[in-house]
Design a binder for this molecule. Structure first.
Ligand SMILES: [Zn+2]
Length: 971
């Protein structure tokens, strides 16, 4: 109890200290900012053009410290304090016409507005200030009590209590939205389609005291934890009441866009504040800031900031800002808006500020609709708590689990987007955001089934690599040891996206990303030894041209190259280590620079730049190293942009004016890639592993589908044909598909291309059995001996005089790899297990004495003549049999044609199931006429919603018979 009172006493003491602004005239802004940061002095504003730094000091002792440090500093008049004292003398509860609202009037305004507009307003108190004042957010949206699939947006003002123009702008915005809703189409659309949250005053205590800080002397905009495991309390203070309230509120919601209002400058400032590294959404953040600045002409025409915007760190680095917290810890892209040079201008200027900001506020709120939005749900329609990732962008976004909606703000362009949820199969699609700005896409995820991953690691020659440790990043990670043939099994792994690593001792042998599914669970990984174009063990610096004292030394028991062989590097130095002769990247693909290093560089101020160039000028930065690392760390940078050229590499140590360290130690500098002549036989789709997908690609190729349009559209490149032609027959046929399958099933089996030995396949011949039916010609063709019917492809040779021909593969085709192109009457199939039998029913109508079927079974080609046993000139009716044709096209997007025929008039049912056996769509149900029918499935379910990419089963049921076809929707 005693201790508690003591703390309270201290808090009161600090609240009583009088804070005030001061101006520093600076000759070296960056150096002075660093010193001020080191002393925890609160920097409020920086003007680089005039060399002015405005600080906000807690008390006179901080002023004394500045003078001690030799700063030229002067106290500024504290107009805000006088303004606040005058304003808050007014105890009226009525809103004034021509002045700022007092805090009492403001609270009353919020309560009154919520009461007056209950259909679009709801008032939330997110917490209380240190002195007990409510922290309000007004929620403005249609159906304010419901969670809807709308982007959540927020404005916050006056985290600094003496910066009050934004406070008034937010109040005016609330008035505009509520009074114009239903009268103005633009405002109505905005309110109907956005969940808007507005907090005009986040620091009411500071506002009443007329000061920047909260009541305990904390600058709330330096009080947030830093992203990515950075300092939790960068200002050395515990989190303030107000800070905690905002963080709790932000974590509870799914904000996608926001801005916070300040005064003292005119600029839209975007993340990051704490680092010069660019944010993953840098281009979008710039566009968001410009969207505000463009409509605020004094801001846009700024002479200090180009187009009225700035990157936070470029202006001046601060830590613990609210915008960095928003973007680092939540999905919310937050920008900091400085909207008045004078923090507390006379109230008579407020109408002018409103004229400058109104359009900016509306346009910025509308920006929340940009990009891709939609739902992530299960097959049964339940909303999912999912992540949304965009390829090439490190920022992971999330759905609102209540509704399953996501709003991924993106600029126009085409993006590869993945939706993932625990327990569900991730789904990846390419989505184009049109120039108009916005597109909807709904993800429907399949529930993940537990499957066994049956794998093998082989070398480039097809030999299994024994004894490696295998690890897959399930939670917790699963581990296995490969057997003598390099084989391993992980049992009961949920379908999903994984990263698998192979190690021999501590050495990484191979790593790979995989999408594990029930149809893609038998995988052969191929380990390729990288081909080195350059290697330096760093015993000397003979390969290098050095600028500065670079030398080879022994460090931590290794021969290494360092910038500073004796002691620390110097201040204000640039030391360059450049390779003397360029490295040729001509014969490698995916060239990569790698090395290991330990280093000691002043974090955030001194850097080692890793650069490359095709000349010895115009250096491209591959990366920059800063901070301290006492253990060897591996670095790796792609040199893809220099593929096929000669490239120079250099390391440039660049230090600033103060604080230096031991520098960097480099070892094992390597440029390597995959040899351009390396062909991974069987890896048809070049994804680094051999799987059923490769066999399917060959089968699709055989029937004339374009199997890999994104990778290598038909006709395939020589390299791809070579990778697929594993039997060296110079022809791609079902035999190659079967051999790829065999490679997956038999860990000792090697392709002819690897072993030189031809695989001996069982001899199979085709039999044609005429089925006697007076109304049409009907043959069933099957192979003998049954059960050894491994791989086949055939084509009905086109002949005049054949009409209404229909082909029906039947038998155990689901487990095999097959494709049928009805337009070319081409079929191909490879039965991996080797046990299934297969037959085809050919029904046709002809006056010819017979038709020809060209086929190849297990690589042996022939032509089978199917004679017509009767003259059929009198036949006019098309053949009528119970047949469900393979859909065409297949794979398809967005729609596909389904043909079937019935032997007589009867009840029939046709529908689509997903692979979980759930009925997605009923296409036909009722009495149906004899003969051929066709229908189109447009990829929508019975609720009219688009179904996800994936495998679907089409089923025809009629007259006691049923038939199923597998079809693939690829969006
Ligand atoms: Zn501020």
């Amino acid at each position: 109890m005693k201790k508690h009172s003591l703390i309270l006493f201290l808090v009161l003491q600090s609240a009583l200290a009088i804070a005030f602004p001061a101006r520093i005239n600076s000759w070296n802004v960056d150096r002075d900012l660093k010193t001020l940061n080191a002393h925890n002095i609160n920097v409020d504003n920086v003007n680089r053009a005039t060399g002015t730094i405005v600080v906000y000091l807690r008390d006179d002792s901080e002023m004394a410290l500045l003078l001690d440090e030799g700063f030229s500093a002067e106290k500024l008049p504290d107009l805000a304090r006088e303004n606040a004292a005058r304003l808050h003398q007014n105890s009226s509860k009525d809103a004034p016409k021509d002045d700022y609202y007092t805090i009492t009037q403001y609270n009353q305004f919020m309560l009154d507005t919520a009461a007056q507009y209950p259909n679009i307003c709801s008032l939330s108190q997110i917490g209380t200030s240190v002195q007990g004042r409510p922290l309000y957010f007004m929620k403005i949206t249609d159906n304010p009590s419901l969670e809807e699939a709308e982007p959540e947006f927020k404005f916050i003002s006056s985290i600094h209590g003496d910066e009050v123009v934004g406070y008034d702008m937010c109040i005016r915005l609330i008035q505009l939205l509520t009074s114009e809703y239903g009268n103005n189409t633009r405002i109505s659309n905005l309110v109907n389609n956005t969940e808007i949250w507005i907090c005009p005053m986040l620091n009411p205590d500071g506002f009443v005291l007329g000061q920047r800080f909260n009541a305990t002397g904390i600058d709330l905009n330096r009080n947030f934890p830093m992203p990515f495991g950075g300092n939790q309390h960068p200002d050395g203070n515990p989190w303030a009441h107000e800070t905690i309230a905002v963080m709790d509120f932000g974590n509870l919601h799914n904000f996608v866009l926001s801005a916070n209002y300040h005064g003292g400058a005119l600029v839209a400032n975007y993340p990051w504040d704490y680092t010069f590294a660019l944010a993953p959404d840098n281009a979008l953040l710039i566009e968001a800031a410009l969207t505000y600045a463009r409509h605020n002409l004094p801001m846009y025409n700024s002479t200090e900031f180009n187009q009225g915007i700035t990157n936070g760190a470029e202006w001046y680095v601060i830590t613990g800002s609210m915008q960095d917290w928003n973007y680092g810890f939540t999905d919310c892209m937050d920008i900091t808006l400085e909207i008045s040079n004078n923090k507390w201008p006379p109230a008579s200027q407020l109408p002018t500020f409103w004229a400058q900001n109104q359009e900016s506020m509306l346009s910025f709120m509308e920006f929340a609709q940009r990009g891709i939005h939609g739902l992530v749900t299960s097959q049964s329609g339940s909303p999912l708590s999912a992540t949304i990732t965009v390829q090439g962008n490190a920022k992971v976004m999330h759905t609102d689990p209540a509704v399953g909606d996501f709003h991924r703000l993106l600029l126009p362009g085409t993006y590869t987007v993945t939706a993932s949820a625990p327990g569900y199969l991730p789904q990846t699609v390419d989505i184009t955001v049109p120039v108009s700005g916005s597109v909807e896409y709904n993800f429907v995820l399949d529930e993940a089934q537990a499957v066994d991953l049956i794998g093998q690691l082989r070398d480039i020659d097809g030999f299994g690599i024994p004894g490696v440790s295998v690890s897959i990043d399930t939670v917790p990670a699963s581990n296995a040891t490969a057997d003598a043939l390099g084989c391993f099994v992980f049992s009961g792994i949920p379908e999903g996206q994984y990263h698998i690593t192979f190690r021999s001792g501590n050495q990484l042998v191979h790593e790979q990303d995989i999408l594990l599914t029930m149809f893609n669970n038998r995988l052969v990984f191929v380990q390729i030894e990288p081909q080195q174009s350059f290697y330096d063990s760093c015993e000397s610096i003979t390969n290098w041209t050095a600028n500065g004292p670079w030398a080879a030394v022994t460090h931590m028991g290794e021969s290494v190259i360092t910038d500073s062989p004796s002691g620390n590097y110097a201040n204000n130095t640039l030391r360059i280590l450049r390779i003397t002769n360029p490295i040729s990247l001509q014969n490698i693909i995916e060239p990569t620079l790698s090395f290991k290093a330990v280093y000691d560089l002043e974090n955030g101020y001194d850097f080692v730049l890793v650069q490359a160039s095709t000349t010895t000028s115009n250096w491209t930065e591959l990366g920059r190293i800063t901070g301290t690392q006492a253990d060897w760390q591996d670095f790796s940078y792609s040199l893809q942009q220099f593929s096929g050229q000669n490239v120079y590499i250099r390391f440039a140590l660049d230090s600033d004016w103060s604080v230096n360290g031991d520098g960097i130690y480099l070892d094992d500098i390597t440029v390597a890639g995959i040899g351009a002549d390396q062909i991974v036989f069987g890896d048809v789709d070049s994804d680094g592993l051999i799987s059923v997908k490769d066999a399917q690609a060959v089968i699709d190729y055989t029937v004339g589908f374009d199997p890999l349009p994104d990778i290598d559209s038909l006709p395939w490149s020589t390299e791809r044909v070579t990778a697929a032609d594993v039997d060296l027959s110079l022809v791609l046929d079902s035999k190659d598909a079967w051999l790829i399958g065999q490679y997956l099933y038999d860990p000792e089996f090697r392709f002819q291309a690897q072993s030189g030995e031809e695989a001996v396949l069982p001899s199979v011949s085709l039999n044609a059995e005429h089925i006697d039916d007076p109304s049409f010609i009907y043959y069933v063709v099957s192979g003998t001996p049954a059960g050894e019917f491994y791989c086949i492809d055939w084509q009905l040779l086109p002949q005049d005089g054949v009409t209404n021909s229909e082909v029906t593969p039947s038998g155990d085709i689901f487990d095999g790899i097959s494709a049928f192109n009805p337009h070319l009457l081409k079929y191909a199939h490879a039965q991996l297990g080797g046990s299934g039998n297969l037959s085809f029913a050919f029904a046709y109508n002809t006056s010819l004495p017979g038709i020809n079927l060209a086929y190849s079974v297990n690589g042996q080609s022939d032509v089978l003549n199917l004679p017509s046993s009767v003259a059929n000139e009198d036949l006019v009716e098309p053949p009528a049999v119970f047949v469900l044709q393979q859909n065409y096209p297949n794979p398809f997007n967005p729609s596909t044609r389904i043909e079937f025929s019935l032997p007589k008039d009867q009840e029939a049912w046709l529908g689509i199931y997903n692979t979980r056996g759930q009925l997605m769509k009923t296409l036909l149900n009722g009495q149906t006429a004899k003969g051929s029918h066709q229908t189109v499935w447009n990829g929508l379910d019975d609720n009219g919603l688009p179904v996800a990419s994936g495998i679907y089963l089409c089923k025809l049921v009629s007259g006691g018979k049923s038939q199923v076809r597998k079809m693939i929707l690829m969006k």
